[in-house]
Write a protein that binds this ligand. Sequence first.
Ligand SMILES: C[S@@+](CC[C@H](N)C(=O)[O-])C[C@H]1O[C@@H](n2cnc3c(N)ncnc32)[C@H](O)[C@@H]1O
Length: 225
Amino acid sequence: MFDRIAYRYDRMNRVLSVGLDQRWRARGIRELALTGTEQVLDMCTGTADLAIKAVTATGGQAAQVIGVDFAGEMLRLGLDKVRKARLADRVHLVRGDATNVPLPDASFDAAMVAFGIRNVHNYELGIREFARVLKPGGRLAVLEFGRPEIPGIKQCYRWYFKYLLPIIGRMGSKHNEAYSYLPASVDQFPEPDAFAAMLKNHGFATVRTVPLTFGTVYLYIATRG
Ligand SMILES: C[S@@+](CC[C@H](N)C(=O)[O-])C[C@H]1O[C@@H](n2cnc3c(N)ncnc32)[C@H](O)[C@@H]1O
């Protein structure tokens, strides 16, 4: 599915989030408090927006980022962006599965995933892999869609996300299911407290949960114990 929407993926992100998606990614990177020395994993990197941002962010950058994804076409477009930005010495893209990451134990100072963990079929295995590849004390930032609870916003957002977004997504991406799958998969994803508990169960000692934009997105910042 991601290979088939790859060409229009970035543009649809900007349109459907009214330009907020890059701000959410920037916030996730800021919370990792990078100092310029870190090796960072970007899981489910897609077209590498988060990976590129992590080495270009103002106020804290990674030394190197390895982006992993199993969709070859998303990676190919990501690689074009990395090369255009002349970042090929700092951002490396690897084809691989989030549930069986082709990288050694305790090899990263920080890890991140933006709007990806929900798509991983067995996301508990994905979390276990994060814990495995992070060094003790390493930080993890997870960005994922949420379901806002504020009265008024909850109803408006639900209408937008469930009814309008799939129509715009279908027209813009020329793919019939991808943008209906999005709200359906968000509905099935655990509540923030349950997801935070899952992180703790898999070796993360501290987990902070930050709602962004009225809880339409959640940022989880966790530290490997
Ligand atoms: C919604 S996109 C997010 C891409 C990117 N992180 C961003 O912020 O735009 C989800 C990505 O997760 C990838 N993905 C889903 N399951 C995966 C898995 N098991 N292993 C690796 N990548 C996976 C998909 O190929 C897709 O590129």
